[in-house]
Design a protein around this ligand. Structure first.
Ligand code: AMP
Length: 608
């Protein structure tokens, strides 16, 4: 496919709000591609060169882009000079529109999608002396080879600002639709078949975290071909998530006899070992191996030549007091430089809670109790009683603390015990439950510390806008942010709270800088908000928020998607974390979780 044709699809999708409509358009685009072109198109519509775990982000500095444009449009005299381009960019605000404008009325070549994609991949991998100049000249050639409209998308893409709002689930829908065109006479049968195909596509994606690979296999070999996608060491498996309930009794009612573990608040690590090669992935599937040298070396020592994929929570460890640090301290391990120094200052322990793959075999489909037995065969267990430390003193890894019970009272005692030790709460696990990659269900149930009179759990909100500061905050340039929850059904972000407290001045400033980078002139089509902030931003940053309670609200949009007149709002919301690097916008709290929290809150207030 010519890149210009691809850009026409991007242009149509850019103006589309509804997820179904987006999926239909994307599916039309996919049908026009060969299987081998599919990965490039799928990565690029999401503004990426490769899936996130491959660590190949596209985000070139504006300066390089402007110099490439200058070179591509070199014979344009004064208008094409980079210092003027700087001024023009400041005026237009969007590198894409600037590139399009400069390109208007000029001749151009007709490069194809694959050629551009390969070139961009090479450009992003260039490093060392002289690479800047080479990058500029390669990029300039690309600009010469495409239409004005394509220049718009090319410029936005290389700066990491494509922002079409196409989430993973829209891509899964679109891929499913390539197999089943439009509703035939029998719409109900079509929907059932669509659901079945969608589940297969999503299932394959959950196992390899690579939509490009899933897309190519599907287009080449059809739905049955997806069977060949199995977990493999080195490819992150999309992580299983928890549902929530309000008490030990509710947990036992739901699960019967269950395993119950401490809920640790640190970094979730999915660790892949293949002989001596170890890679670690975060909750949002980015590679974090470099951050955790001690995990890498102990994993190597424990596993030797075995292959394994396992998960645990890494926590900062305070050796002097033999206790774990709170998350605010653990998070300071997250850094790019002086990692070794920091790892001496704040050593880690990693509490292993699941084993997904061992010795060449996928075991994530086996019952939890069997996985746990295998896990305990690999990792040291060191806690005859509740209250003893999980990890042997000279080890980094230990199995998570676990009890098995069918007695609600025992769960409540265990809960009190772990909360007293400073942990977040507990996670109960269905004994015969499989590891449900990429989904949230009652195989895992969390029960968190409850603050009297307060909402029992934090929520993760996506920021969709912000307000200028007033009074003392004027000089920070930010006074509050507008937060939204995610609705996977519609692919939309729905406003739920205006949040003006919880951060230090320094953190507010940092946040504003990040938000400035995401500013958009209009609310993006995927955003629905009852309030109008001073500045809209592209929904990307996730923050964790605590509030006193959930209330019904005539203003906010969260919860109105099912025709309800009132939405939900958070009362007295405050941020308990700055931007969460480990969560993407689609991993934010969903509308249905908010409904569930509201219901839990209602039941609690009836009890009290
Ligand atoms: P939340 O982020 O509040 O939805 O809680 C789920 C997170 O708890 C997981 O992503 C893990 O990072 C973390 N976690 C802590 N302890 C455990 C455990 N024992 N089992 C599973 N997940 C755990």
């Amino acid at each position: 496919m010519k890149f210009d044709t691809f850009s026409e699809y991007l242009s149509r999708m850019e103006g589309t709000a509804g997820r179904l409509e987006l999926a239909a358009q994307l599916s039309e685009l996919l049908r026009g591609l060969t299987p081998s072109e599919t990965p490039a198109a799928l990565y690029m519509v999401q503004g990426q060169l490769l899936p996130p775990f491959a660590g190949e982000p596209m985000g070139m500095a504006a300066r390089l882009l402007l110099r490439a444009m200058e070179r591509a449009l070199g014979d344009q005299g004064e208008k094409g000079r980079s210092r003027d381009l700087d001024a023009l960019l400041a005026e237009v605000g969007d590198p894409g529109l600037l590139a399009e404008r400069l390109k208007m009325g000029r001749e151009h070549g007709h490069l194809d999608l694959s050629g551009i994609y390969e070139a961009l991949l090479e450009i992003s991998r260039m490093s060392g002396s002289g690479s800047q100049d080479e990058k500029i000249s390669r990029l300039a050639k690309l600009f010469q080879g495409v239409s004005p409209l394509s220049s718009r998308y090319l410029a936005r893409f290389v700066m990491g600002r494509l922002r079409l709002g196409i989430g993973d689930s829209t891509i899964v829908d679109a891929l499913a639709r390539t197999l089943l065109l439009s509703p035939a006479e029998d719409e109900k049968a079509w929907k059932t078949e669509m659901k079945r195909i969608r589940q297969r596509v999503e299932g394959a994606y959950n196992l390899c975290s690579d939509l490009g690979r899933v897309g190519e296999v599907l287009r080449r070999e059809g739905i049955e071909g997806l069977r060949s996608i199995r977990p493999s060491v080195g490819y992150p498996i999309r992580m299983a998530l928890c549902e929530r309930l309000g008490s030990g009794a509710e947990i036992i009612e739901k699960l019967g006899r269950a395993a119950v573990e401490s809920k640790y608040d640190g970094f979730r690590c999915q660790i892949h070992c293949d002989g001596s090669h170890v890679r670690i992935f975060s909750r949002n599937l980015e590679e974090t191996t470099g951050m955790f040298p001690e995990l890498v070396s102990e994993a190597r020592a424990i596993l030797g030549r075995r292959t394994a994929i396992f998960e645990g929570e890494a926590l900062g460890y305070d050796g002097e007091n033999d206790s774990y640090h709170p998350f605010q301290v653990t998070i300071t391990r997250k850094r790019k430089h002086n990692i070794l120094e920091k790892s001496e200052e704040i050593p880690l322990k990693c509490l292993v809670f699941d084993l997904l793959y061992l010795d060449g075999e996928t075991i994530m489909e086996r019952p939890f109790s069997e996985r746990r037995r295998l896990l305990e065969g690999v990792f040291p267990v060191h806690r005859p009683k509740f209250s003893e430390r999980e990890v042997p003193p000279d080890h980094v890894f230990g199995a998570s603390r676990l009890i098995e019970t069918d007695d609600p009272h025992t769960i409540d005692l265990f809960f009190d015990e772990v909360v007293e030790e400073g942990f977040e709460g507990i996670i109960a696990k269905r004994l015969d439950g499989v590891y449900t990659a990429g989904s949230r269900n009652f195989n895992w149930i969390k029960l968190k510390r409850s603050y009297k009179g307060a909402l029992s759990d934090t929520v993760d909100l996506v920021l969709i806008g912000y307000y200028r500061g007033k009074g003392l905050r004027t000089r920070l340039g930010i006074g509050a942010v507008l937060g939204a929850v995610f609705d996977p059904e519609s692919g939309r972000y729905l406003s739920i709270a205006r949040i003006g407290s919880g951060l230090t001045e320094e953190k507010w400033k940092d946040l504003r800088e990040m938000l400035d980078d995401l500013r958009v002139p209009e609310p993006p089509p995927t955003v629905r908000s009852g309030l109008v902030p001073d500045f809209w931003v592209y929904p990307k940053i996730v923050v964790t928020v605590l509030a006193d309670e959930l209330t019904r609200s005539p203003v906010h949009q969260a919860g109105r998607s099912e025709g309800e007149e009132e939405g939900y709002a958070l009362r007295f919301p405050r941020m308990v974390s700055g931007p969460r690097a480990d969560k993407g916008p689609e991993e934010a709290t969903t509308v249905s979780e908010i409904r569930r929290l509201f219901e839990l809150q209602r039941q609690r207030s009836l009890r009290e």
